[in-house]
Design a protein around this ligand. Structure first.
Ligand code: GMT
Length: 376
């Protein structure tokens, strides 16, 4: 098939899932055209059968600081669909991608361009439900030929907050098991550790919803009772300055390493002892799944879709949002009991591969493409 995939290229989970899907489809023989305003960070260079199309939004004095990105995106979608003969256009993140895709479909008619929209989380819960975007987001979702959400929790929130009435298929995020097997031989996270140090890792885009101060507060409580522990903070974003300041104020700089954004996340997960994700809300929690797939136990919150990913008491612990004392206690228990910590890690890896392995999940997307394009 010829598949168009539109996504955000940055380090957010939706762009990662879209890019991994593009590469997996291409590996199986499909031709994939990725449409975005920059090259997605996860896209491996020179991947056969994956082609990148950059959305350029020209500036003009009249636009001031508001150039019409959605129109440039729609135009690029039309161009790519027309000249590359796309069978289907799959957009990741509803705002504004679903609206642009539906508009492209209307412009192209009578050429058929079925639109599949995957909802990822903040496109419903924060951005899409904002009154300034609500009507267009709902319209884009309702007009799509098929809609998927990455968890049951997100499906429920979409119905509740956007008021959409069309069918929403739950297709969870996935991991490529091989990727982590390949990293296992190398130093992984240990390259940032002193010999004998235990390593706790956090990965996110440092947005308020991730509650990064809770990461440090949890770690501070652990460090008080276990000084041979180090925190690796991976990623970047608006809260980074505030959290670095918090580390300085609490005299923790020597025990915390800010690594910045990294495209190969397995390189900071393999060899880590624990993963911390104290988010306020999380439709799925791809970073938690990636940690599980690297045999790293997860301590997180029971918010949103996280309980669908992390199994309480089996591969990690789920605590109420803001319960930094509880998270620290859970972390200390696991860090202090190596056989149990290892058993949690192994259970997480098993769950990641069995429930969220790439092949069956990519197959479900493909089946959806065949259905909407009338091939099945
Ligand atoms: O806020 C983020 O983490 C970025 C956002 C995105 O769309 O890039 O992530 C959302 O999509 C991910 C992939 O499906 C999910 O794993 C994240 O849980 C979700 N984030 C939130 O719901 C806050």
């Amino acid at each position: 098939m010829r598949v168009g995939i539109s996504c955000y290229p940055t380090y957010g989970g939706s762009g990662i899932v879209a890019t991994e899907l593009a590469m997996a489809l291409a590996q199986r023989g499909d031709e994939v055209h990725v449409i975005s305003y920059a090259l997605p960070s996860r896209l491996a260079p020179c991947t056969p059968r994956v082609f990148f199309h950059e959305v350029v939004t020209p500036r003009y004095p009249l636009f001031d600081q508001y150039p019409p990105y959605s129109l440039a995106l729609t135009t690029k979608m039309v161009e790519v669909a027309r000249h590359q003969h796309l069978d289907v256009l799959h957009v990741h993140y509803a705002v504004p991608n679903a609206v642009s895709a539906v508009l492209a479909r209307e412009i192209l008619a009578p050429q058929a361009l079925p639109v599949v929209t995957t909802l990822h989380g903040t496109d419903v819960t924060l951005v899409g439900a904002d009154p300034n975007y609500l009507e267009t987001t709902r319209w884009g979702v309702m007009q799509s030929d098929a809609v998927t959400a990455v968890s049951q929790s997100l499906r429920g929130q979409t119905v509740e907050q956007l008021g959409v009435t069309n069918e929403i298929h739950v297709i969870p995020n996935f991991i490529d098991p091989v990727r982590y097997e390949q990293a296992r031989g190398g130093p992984g996270a240990r390259r940032w550790a002193e010999p004998g140090e235990r390593l706790v890792v956090h990965i996110s885009n440092f947005r308020p919803v991730k509650r990064v101060i809770d990461v440090v507060e949890t770690f501070r409580r652990v460090y008080r009772r276990m000084p041979s522990v180090r925190l690796l903070m991976v990623g970047d974003g608006p809260e980074r300055g505030r959290v670095e300041q918090h580390c300085r104020e609490n005299g923790l700089c020597h025990a915390i390493t800010f690594v910045g954004s990294l495209p190969l996340i397995e390189e900071v997960l393999v060899g880590a002892d624990l993963f911390l994700l104290p988010s306020e809300s999380e439709s799925f929690g791809l970073a938690a799944l990636e940690a599980m797939s690297c045999e790293v136990p997860v301590i997180t919150t029971n918010a949103g879709g996280l309980p669908e990913v992390v199994e309480e008491g089996v591969c990690g612990h789920l605590l109420p949002v803001g319960d930094v004392d509880g998270m620290a206690e859970a972390a200390l228990r696991l860090l202090g009991d190596e056989p149990v910590r290892r058993a949690f890690g192994a259970a997480g890896r098993r769950r990641a591969v069995e429930e969220f392995g790439q092949d069956p999940i990519v197959g479900r997307y493909r089946a959806l493409y065949e259905r909407v394009s009338g091939r099945s």
